[in-house]
Design a protein. Structure first.
Length: 420
């Protein structure tokens, strides 16, 4: 008997927040840290008193005041470790819940205030610039964790979604693999169906194994091993398996949760990239005369609706890449997060990841990620990464990123190491 399982977005939307106002009576700087009456009597039209090396800021709210001393020079905050998993070595994990939990970010107004739309909140704050302009360096917000996920997570068992959830480490509502993206493994046993209905604008799937069909509204199409397909948000999608199917699935639901928005308007239609066509496109690129001199040998999935970014959706970016036998692909880096899936890779294929390069363009003190077919791993934003294949067979990688959005915002900042 056919079973149907429905998986919906697990986080609620944030409601509309009323305009924040602050009952600030006076704000002035004094040359001496103690004469409070001068501050209270001051008027904005008066010239500011000269500052010496130490001053006092008086903030008056509802008859109270805060006194905060400041100095011109403040010691730089210590930079925390480059990787957020508590270890410099990446190990495939069976249960993401074992990772250390970080503090949850304050990202929404309290429900009590939202019930009083005519009352201005008292949430306004003021921060000294140099101590607050780099929240990661000041440890106010966590770095993107550097972790891998084993194929054993979806190798057998019931029809289900397996979220690659790092929301505890990111300090955000889950499931989330990055601040704006959620990666998942899907397993659909033969004869079963799985319903996907996230609050998302973009969804990308790669078919790891098996075959079946996709139904979203009036659109339906088949899928089989090696296919890619994209789906807009706003409508539930039913995936049915004719033969037991496993898929790698990424969406941008965490981004919409953070923005506090619902009600998606589709920017593109469901789109299929058949395995034979994707492989032929990659083969054509790999056979070009200068292919071995390129930083990557890959094709980017595109969509006619996004000619400026040349990406698979307006938010997501999907690459299909090959690392030929006995080859090295030099480091590059970008500000987008990469959620990498290894479509094929035997022992002897690996990636080195790190934050700095030496004078020869090699990664300093790298962390090594050994490839295993069917695994996934996170490459954090801004980290240099290089691929190595010491075997006699091709290896294939599928990174999915938020680079569609980053490219449109002009913030991708992709850089390549010199070839030496």
């Amino acid at each position: 008997m056919k079973r149907s399982i429905s998986v919906r977005n697990q986080t609620s939307a944030v409601g509309t927040i009323s305009t924040h106002q602050h009952n600030l009576v006076e704000h002035c700087l004094l040359a001496e840290p103690w004469p409070m009456m001068n501050c209270i009597a001051a008027r904005h039209e008066q010239p500011a008193a000269p500052r010496n090396r130490r001053g006092t800021v008086f903030l008056l709210r509802k008859g109270d005041f805060d006194v905060r001393h400041f100095r011109r020079q403040r010691p730089a905050p210590k930079v925390r470790s480059a990787f957020g998993c508590g270890s410099s070595q990446m190990e495939p994990r069976e249960a993401p819940s074992k990772l250390k939990r970080s503090k949850t970010m304050l990202t929404r107004t309290s429900s009590a205030l939202l019930t009083k739309p005519n009352v201005a909140t008292e949430d306004a704050q003021y921060f000294e610039y140099t101590s607050s302009a780099n929240p990661i360096g000041a440890k106010l917000i966590s770095r993107v964790p550097f972790c891998s996920f084993s194929p054993s997570l979806y190798a057998d068992g019931a029809t289900r979604v397996v979220p690659l959830d790092l929301s505890a480490e990111l300090g955000c509502p889950g499931p989330a693999t990055g601040p704006g993206l959620s990666a998942n493994f899907l397993r659909i046993n033969a004869g079963d169906a799985l319903t996907l209905d996230p609050n998302a604008t973009s969804q990308v799937c790669y078919v790891i194994s098996g075959a079946g069909s996709v139904q979203q509204s009036e659109t339906s199409f088949p899928f089989s091993m090696g296919d890619f397909f994209t789906l807009p948000g706003g409508h539930a999608t039913v995936l049915s398996a004719a033969a037991t199917a496993t898929l790698y699935y990424v969406n941008d639901a965490p981004l919409l949760t953070y923005l506090g928005t619902t009600g998606v308007h589709a920017r593109f239609a469901p789109t299929r990239y058949p395995a034979a066509e994707a492989q032929a496109a990659l083969r054509a690129v790999a056979e070009q005369a200068n292919a071995d001199r390129r930083n990557r040998i890959s094709v980017l999935m595109g969509n006619t609706n996004f000619p400026q970014t040349r990406t698979v959706t307006h938010v997501l970016w999907a690459m299909f890449g090959i690392v030929p036998p006995n080859s090295v692909q030099k480091p590059h880096r970008h500000q987008s997060i990469a959620l990498d899936f290894i479509a094929s890779g035997k022992p002897g294929v690996y990636t080195l990841v790190g934050t700095e390069l030496d004078r020869d363009g090699n990664i300093v003190n790298p962390t090594r990620v050994d490839w295993k077919t069917g695994m996934a791993f996170v490459t954090p934003p801004g980290h240099w990464h290089a691929h190595f294949n010491e075997t006699n067979e091709n290896a294939y990688v599928i990174p999915i990123q938020d680079a569609g959005l980053q490219t449109y915002l002009r913030t991708l900042d992709i850089r390549f190491a010199h070839q030496g």
